[in-house]
Write a protein that binds this ligand. Structure first.
Ligand code: SF4
Length: 214
C-alpha cells in the first residue's frame, strides 16, 4: 500500500525527457520542506489516498490512452520514504514501463533497480537543505541517470559548480534547473552564466509550468 497524492497524465517538464507525454504517480510525504517547494499539497499524507499496487496500476491504465504511453514518472513528495515503492517498481518493470524516479537525493538509492532512470536532486542553499545530500548515492548514479540542481540564486549557482568540480559523477546528464521566487535570478540570467562559464550542463526550464499543465 502506498500513500498517493495524485495520479495524472501530462507533459514531462524538467529532465532530458522533457516534452514527452508521461504518466505521473505523485506519492505523499517528504522529509524536507524546501523554501520553493511547488508541491506542498504532497508533503503531508493527510492529503493522500492509501492505494494498493493494483489500484495504482489500474489508475495508470485508465489515463493517457491506456497502454500506449509507457513513460511513467514516480515523484513526490519523496517517493523513497515508502517501502512499498519497491513493489510498485517491480510491477511496473514487469509491465515494460519506462520508469523515471524523481528523488531529493537524501535517501539511499542502493535498492533502486538499475532499469529505473533516477533523476536525483542535489539541493542548493536556497532550498534550506544543501547539507542533506547523501554522498553515498554518488556510487549508485549511473550513466543513464540524471543529476539536477535547482538554482534560484548566485549562491546556488556557485554551489552547483563547486559540487561538480569536487565530485565524480558517472552521468553527463547534469541539469541546472531554473526556479523563480522573489529575489531569484531569472532563467535568462542562469542561461547567461552557463554560457559564460562554458559549463557542460543542460539548462532546465519547467516546461509543464510554461504550458500551464500539472
Ligand atoms: S524535496 Fe521536493 S517535494 Fe520535498 S519539500 Fe523539497 S521540493 Fe518539495
Amino acid at each position: 500500500m502506498l500513500y498517493v497524492n495524485d495520479i495524472f497524465y501530462s507533459i514531462q517538464g524538467e529532465s532530458s525527457f522533457a516534452g514527452y507525454p508521461c504518466k505521473f504517480v505523485r506519492l505523499a510525504g517528504c522529509n524536507l520542506k524546501c523554501s520553493y517547494c511547488d508541491t506542498k499539497e504532497a508533503l503531508d499524507i493527510k492529503n493522500s489516498k492509501h492505494l494498493s499496487i493494483s489500484e495504482i496500476i489500474s489508475s495508470l491504465y485508465s489515463i493517457g490512452g491506456g497502454n500506449n504511453i509507457k513513460l511513467i514518472e514516480i515523484t513526490g513528495g519523496e517517493p523513497l520514504l515508502q517501502e512499498d515503492i519497491f513493489s510498485l517498481f517491480e510491477e511496473l518493470i514487469k509491465l515494460n514501463y519506462h520508469i523515471l524516479l524523481e528523488t531529493n537525493g537524501t535517501i539511499s538509492l542502493k535498492k533502486v533497480n538499475k532499469k529505473i532512470v533516477k533523476i536525483v536532486d542535489v539541493k542548493c542553499p536556497s532550498s534550506g537543505f544543501s547539507k542533506e545530500f547523501n554522498y553515498e548515492n554518488l556510487k549508485y548514479i549511473g550513466i543513464s541517470d540524471e543529476v539536477k540542481f535547482v538554482i534560484g540564486t548566485e549562491e546556488d549557482y556557485c554551489f552547483a559548480k563547486d559540487f561538480l568540480k569536487a565530485n565524480k559523477i558517472k552521468t553527463d546528464k547534469l541539469i541546472f534547473s531554473a526556479v523563480e521566487f522573489e529575489g531569484s535570478i531569472s532563467s535568462k540570467e542562469l542561461a547567461d552564466k552557463i554560457l559564460k562559464d562554458g559549463l557542460k550542463v543542460r539548462l532546465g526550464i519547467q516546461l509543464h509550468k510554461i504550458l500551464r499543465l500539472k
